[in-house]
Design a protein around this ligand. Structure first.
Ligand code: PHE
Length: 355
């Protein structure tokens, strides 16, 4: 009893020197553990005289509460300084500029292929492909193109190896033959792809893109061809009305054959497709020649239909106001940045068809 004061000041001295959480834990056991200083003092109560007990116990309780309080405060300040340290070290510097990244652009040709494919697939056309390297048979002979036809000339066609009969296809029409020989009618397909001709100026590039269309069934006539092209042109150029003109023409693989012009006018220096008194040629078409059907093992007495071939690059130039075709294939990143399309900004009706 007499040394309670001294014990108290000893304990408070000890606590004063606690500087981290570990030594705090140690001191706590030293004081309150099974054999801790205060625990021992409590045990002593039983040995005291009856009249001393009350005072001793209340002093001891007071000491216990006081020590507890001091220790709790200490631990609170340890935790707080721990948090502050963390906050200081792990601070996120929101003034740092974000990491820059480059997002690619969709080339206008890819964009237009997506758009056109989507438009035709809405009316039941499926997509076919053929090789860029063809032979004369698929590119010319099977398409009813005579031996002496000027398109076969070296000045027009890139031959890879005459002896092996290899050339770069001059149009997508060979895909008509490839499609028909591999299955049975009806056929309703489009075939986008690269084509090659000996030509280079502002509107011609030795490599360019076409989209072939072929629809063969039992009762297909020129009315269906017209309806299909009207639908396509309106959808593609996003206009309500469009003036279309079918001009008689000649292709060895169609009979009759036509070239299709669309009406346009110039407004504020820009082309406006739809009406106006000017005409732009956009595609070649016609009713598939009976010889072509025969060559593809389709009976022309039972089946007939139409075919067409559109220049994809030309469509892109018209719709997006690009006036030099050669720039399409020069891979100038600045050109692509300017004319290209944001991959995530696809028009809603084309979403899901990105390649
Ligand atoms: N193949 C022709 C061309 O390249 C276009 C065409 C395709 C014409 C189909 C009629 C039918 O010019």
């Amino acid at each position: 009893m007499e040394n309670l004061e001294r014990i108290q000041s000893d304990i408070l001295d000890k606590i004063k020197n606690v500087s981290d959480r570990n030594s705090y834990e140690k001191i706590k056991t030293e004081i309150f553990g099974k054999k801790g200083i205060i625990t021992e003092l409590f045990k002593k109560i039983g040995t005291l005289e009856q009249n001393e007990r009350k005072e001793y116990a209340s002093k001891l309780n007071f000491l216990k509460t006081k020590v507890n309080e001091i220790l709790e405060k200490k631990i609170e300040s340890f935790d707080q300084s721990e948090i502050n340290k963390k906050l200081k070290n792990e601070k996120i510097d929101i003034t740092l500029p974000g990491r820059s990244y480059f997002s690619g652009k969709i080339h206008p040709v890819s964009q237009v292929i997506d758009e056109v494919t989507s438009i035709f697939s809405e009316i039941g056309f499926s997509v076919e492909e053929g090789p860029d390297i063809e032979n004369e048979y698929y590119n010319f002979s099977a398409l009813n193109t005579p031996e002496n036809h000027p398109a076969r000339d070296m000045h027009d066609t890139f031959y890879l190896d005459h002896s092996k009969d290899l050339l770069l296809r001059t149009h997508t029409s060979p895909v008509q033959i490839r499609t028909m020989i591999k299955s049975k009618p009806p056929f309703k397909i489009i075939a986008p792809g690269r084509t090659y001709r000996h030509d280079s100026d502002q509107t011609h590039s030795p490599m360019f893109h076409q989209l072939e269309g072929l629809h063969i069934d039992k009762n297909i006539n020129m009315g269906h061809l017209k309806g299909c092209l009207y639908y396509f042109v309106k959808k593609f150029f996003e206009v309500e009305k469009v003036k279309i003109r079918f001009r008689p023409s000649h292709f060895p693989f169609t009979e009759p054959s036509a070239e299709v012009d669309i009406g346009y006018k110039i407004e504020d220096g820009k082309i406006k497709i739809g009406d106006g008194d000017k005409w732009l040629e956009i595609l070649g078409c016609g009713m598939v020649h009976p010889n072509v059907l025969k060559n593809a093992k389709v009976n022309p007495q039972k089946y007939q239909g139409y075919a067409f071939g559109v220049g994809i690059d030309r469509l892109a130039m018209l719709k997006y106001g690009i006036n030099d075709l050669r720039a399409f294939f020069e891979s100038d990143i600045r050109w692509l940045e300017f004319y290209g399309f944001d991959p995530l900004d696809v028009p809603t009706n084309y979403r899901g068809l990105s390649r």
